[in-house]
Ligand binder design. Structure first.
Ligand code: CMP
Length: 140
C-alpha cells in the first residue's frame, strides 16, 4: 500500500554533511520527500517525541544526543514506505547493520545512529503529526 513514514536525519549525520547522500538513497528506493524541515529540537520536543522510551536506561543519553545539534525531519511517501525506509536504514546498532545500509555507512554508535524511522503505521501517523501540520505535507 502507499504509505507515509517519518524520517529524522540525526545530529551526527547532519554534522557529517551527508543529508544529500541520505536523501539520494530515499529517492533511489522510490521514496518521495513530501514534507521537510531542519530544526534544533528543544529538550521538551525530544522528550515528547521519544516518550515511549522514557523508562529505558538510555533515555537521558538519547535526549541529550538529539538536542546536540540540528536535525533534518522529513515525511517519506511510497509503496511500503515504512518497511522500505527501515530496510534502507539498517539495524538500530550500526554494528549489526547490513553492509550498504545508511547506518552501516554513516553511523558511529547506537546513539549516534544517523537516522530514525517510524516502525509501524500507527507510529508513523503519530510521529508525522508530532512535527508537521496537515497543511505542511504535500499531497503530491
Ligand atoms: P531510534 O530509532 O531513533 O529510536 C530510539 C533510539 O534510542 C534508537 O534509535 C537509538 O539511537 C537509541 N538507543 C540507545 N540505546 C538503545 C538500545 N539499547 N535499544 C534501542 N535503542 C537505543
Amino acid at each position: 500500500a502507499l504509505e507515509r513514514t517519518l524520517s529524522i536525519i540525526k545530529p551526527d549525520a547532519v554534522a557529517k554533511n551527508v543529508i544529500g547522500q541520505i536523501y539520494a538513497r530515499f529517492e533511489q528506493a522510490g521514496l518521495k520527500v513530501i514534507a521537510a524541515k531542519m530544526k534544533q529540537l528543544s529538550r521538551k520536543e525530544a522528550e515528547g517525541f521519544y516518550a515511549v522510551h522514557k523508562d529505558r536506561p538510555f533515555f537521558g543519553a538519547l535526549v541529550e544526543f538529539m538536542i546536540s545539534g540540528p536535525v533534518m525531519i522529513q515525511v517519506l511517501q511510497g509503496e511500503s514506505a515504512i518497511a522500505k525506509n527501515r530496510e534502507l536504514m539498517g539495524a538500530t546498532n550500526p554494528k549489526d547493520a547490513a553492509p550498504g545500509t545508511i547506518r552501516a555507512d554513516f553511523a558511529d554508535s547506537i546513539d549516534a545512529n544517523a537516522v530514525h524511522g517510524s516502525d509501524a503505521a500507527e507510529t508513523a501517523r503519530v510521529e508525522i503529526a508530532y512535527f508537521f501540520a496537515e497543511t505542511e505535507v504535500s499531497p503530491r
